[in-house]
Design a protein around this ligand. Structure first.
Ligand SMILES: *Cc1c(COP(=O)(O)O)cnc(C)c1O
Length: 225
């Protein structure tokens, strides 16, 4: 019951934020972040009409993906990527949001078969030492390199702005619009979590990654890669 109420509440927050945003009319897509949750939890959320799921930890994700093979789900890898882990990511996910260097992009491309892997470039927009992501200055070179990789389909940008860094959301929107002006098929700004989805939508986010406000607080520590 809680799950149903949680999802209803998240959806109404999204609708309200969509109505009050000013500079975008792109649809906002909801990704349920299922890290630390069971395959049965994923099934329960799927029953409520959500088909896109995000995972941070590879080993945990691979088990869950295998356990839900009977469902038509789309899987998004949203965790930090070590270069020795790219092969299973390329083989089992539909999207990777956390590409931040050419070495990782090249490996994902070489290890992917069909169809092309949807990717977002992660930008460390609040310049946090502990966070993955490229700098805004590094984006042009990465974008150019990815254009040469046929098994990767660049969809847009991803960021995890620091709490209370409203300027970071605005900077991401600017980077996103600049990229879209160069490549009109770019359609994804992956930004916004449970605590900041309204701010993210106000600044043009098209994909939200929501864990806690769908599944409830995380109790179990995540299994590490
Ligand atoms: C855990 C996580 C989320 C979801 O965060 P909540 O605050 O639980 O909604 C979103 N994005 C990334 C990259 C995460 O690691």
């Amino acid at each position: 019951m809680t799950l149903v109420a949680n999802i209803t509440k998240v959806k109404s927050r999204i609708t309200a934020a969509e109505i009050s945003r000013q500079h975008s009319d792109e649809p906002v897509k909801l990704i349920a972040v299922s890290k630390t949750r069971s395959a049965d939890d994923v099934r329960a959320v799927y029953q409520q009409g959500i088909t896109e799921f995000g995972e941070n930890y590879l080993q945990e994700a691979l088990i869950k993906i295998a356990d839900t093979q009977d469902l038509p789900l789309t899987w998004h890898f949203i965790g930090p990527i070590q270069s020795n882990k790219t092969k299973p990511i390329a083989e089992h996910f539909d999207w990777v949001h956390t590409v931040d260097r050419i070495k990782i992009a090249t490996r994902l491309n070489d290890q992917r078969s069909e169809p092309a892997l949807n990717i977002c470039l992660q930008v460390n927009i609040s310049a946090e030492a502990s966070k993955a992501g490229c700098t805004p200055d590094e984006l042009p070179e990465l974008i150019k390199a990815i254009a040469q990789l046929p098994k990767l389909k660049l969809r847009g940008l991803m960021a995890i702005p620091a709490p209370n860094d409203a300027l970071a959301f605005q900077k991401m929107q600017r980077l996103y619009l600049d990229l879209q002006a160069q490549q009109p098929n770019i359609d994804t700004l992956s930004m916004g979590m449970s605590a900041d989805l309204e701010t993210a939508i106000a600044y043009g986010a098209t994909m939200l990654r929501i864990g806690t406000d769908i599944f409830g607080p995380r109790i179990k520590p995540a299994v590490q890669n």
